[in-house]
Design a protein around this ligand. Structure first.
Ligand code: PLP
Length: 405
């Protein structure tokens, strides 16, 4: 018998399948609202001007070579990355009790964090992770891969197209003590629905009371509001409250470095001595998985984070991206509510935040958008705001109007 004959054929990744269908479509007004990557007003990938500048600096730097980085990554990158998410004056950094490891972007940070928990976290019974319903689909796969069972907590309420706050708090209260909850730091994917600061405070309260562990995933810092500090608010608040946590950090979206795979995992143990032990074990795990992380992207981000002038330019680039997305939300909202008078409430379009928006349309309406209007989106009605621009937003609004009437 043939060696691999029992290997079942896996279904293609739904997002990548969507992109392939979009590419194959020859209709001139086609729109791709599936992809989770920023596009400029001409629907083109955008290399951040600050990244171009940093790339030139690296090119001209004769001291650089292609030697291996340390196992835990480029130290000046990880240190600056920790400050970026935790805050320059973070009590955890000041007390020397943070551990930062460079990872293969946000996915790798999630994986390393999950792997670490699977080895060392004192689970109450069988290893479980509480994931928001819905969440980034890859979360399920990442935790399953290391033997941690995903269970869902209520998050999105289809009736309000907003946060199921009562359900969320209830799940936190009902979970056994010391459960692990995955939280999206900002710009929740796929819903675009974030808790308010008041709601975060109440969530933190219950988490502290129940001694839960907060597994933060931060893939969109700066991308949500346009302000790096504002988008880090929840993480910093949790640190201040002394809640045990880790943070997965990605520079894919906010620096437009998708393919460079720049990220970090930050763990904040209670004291310096524990931090050292945690770091030693993360190094052991990292060694067996990737030996050492790639250097180019980390050098770029390190330059940007450690040079005040480049850092300022980066902030402006982030504002450009977040600003365009916020603009598109406003334009779409106006078209639907004022001009087309599309039936239903569309406040969520401007209340949601970040790259993604849950439109609230059902799978049939979503399918109709693709079949009738050549607009590509996931069946759950999620759209990437980055796929909208001044040239296609009207076409999208009119098409959406037709399928919901
Ligand atoms: N976490 C969330 C919630 C995401 O949406 C993404 C990307 O879409 C990631 C993590 C990881 O992305 P990357 O591995 O490209 O940094």
């Amino acid at each position: 018998a043939e060696l691999w004959q029992d290997v079942p054929l896996a279904p293609p990744d739904s997002i990548f399948k969507l992109t392939a269908a979009y590419k194959a479509d020859t209709y001139d007004k086609k729109v791709n609202l599936g992809v989770g990557a920023y596009r400029d007003d001409d629907n083109k990938p955008w290399i951040l001007p600050v990244v171009k500048k940093a790339t030139q600096i690296l090119l001209n730097d004769e001291t650089l070579d292609h030697e291996y980085l340390p196992i835990t990554g480029l130290p000046e990158f990880t240190a600056a990355a920790a400050k970026l998410i935790l805050g320059a004056d973070s009590p955890a950094i000041k007390e020397g009790r943070t551990v930062s490891v460079q990872t293969i972007s946000g996915t790798g940070a999630n994986h390393l964090g999950a792997l670490f928990l699977s080895r060392f976290y004192k689970f109450n019974g069988a290893p479980k992770i509480y994931l928001s319903n819905p969440t980034w689909a890859n979360h399920h796969a990442i935790f399953k891969n290391v033997g941690i069972e995903p269970v869902e907590y209520p998050y999105y309420d289809p009736k309000t197209i907003g946060l199921d706050y009562t359900g969320f708090i209830g799940a936190l209260q009902e979970a056994p003590a010391r459960s692990v909850f995955l939280l999206h730091a900002c710009a929740h994917n796929p819903t675009g629905v974030d808790p308010t600061q008041e709601q975060w405070k109440a969530i933190a309260n219950v988490i502290a009371e129940k001694k839960h562990y907060a597994f933060f995933d931060c893939a969109y810092q700066g991308f949500a509001s346009g302000d790096l500090d504002k988008d880090a608010w929840a993480v910093r608040y949790f640190v201040e409250q002394g809640i045990p946590l880790l943070v997965c950090q990605s520079f894919a979206k906010n620096a437009g470095l998708y393919g460079e795979r720049v990220g970090a995992l930050h763990v904040a143990p209670p004291n310096k001595e524990t931090a050292e032990r945690v770091k030693s074990q993360l190094s052991v795990l990292q060694r067996s998985e990737i030996s050492n992380p790639p250097s180019h992207g980390a050098r770029l981000v390190s330059l940007i984070l450690n040079d005040p002038q480049l850092f300022g330019e980066w902030k402006r680039d982030i504002e450009t991206m977040a600003g365009r997305i916020i603009d598109m939300r406003n334009v779409l909202y106006k078209l639907l509510t004022e001009e087309l008078k599309t039936p239903g409430n569309w406040d969520h379009i401007i209340n949601q935040i970040g790259m993604f928006s849950f439109t609230g349309i059902n799978p049939e309406q979503s399918k109709a958008l693709t079949e009738k209007a050549h607009i590509y989106l996931t069946a759950n009605g999620r759209i990437s705001m980055a796929g909208l621009n001044s040239h296609n937003v009207r076409y999208f609004a009119e098409s959406l109007d037709k399928v919901v009437r």
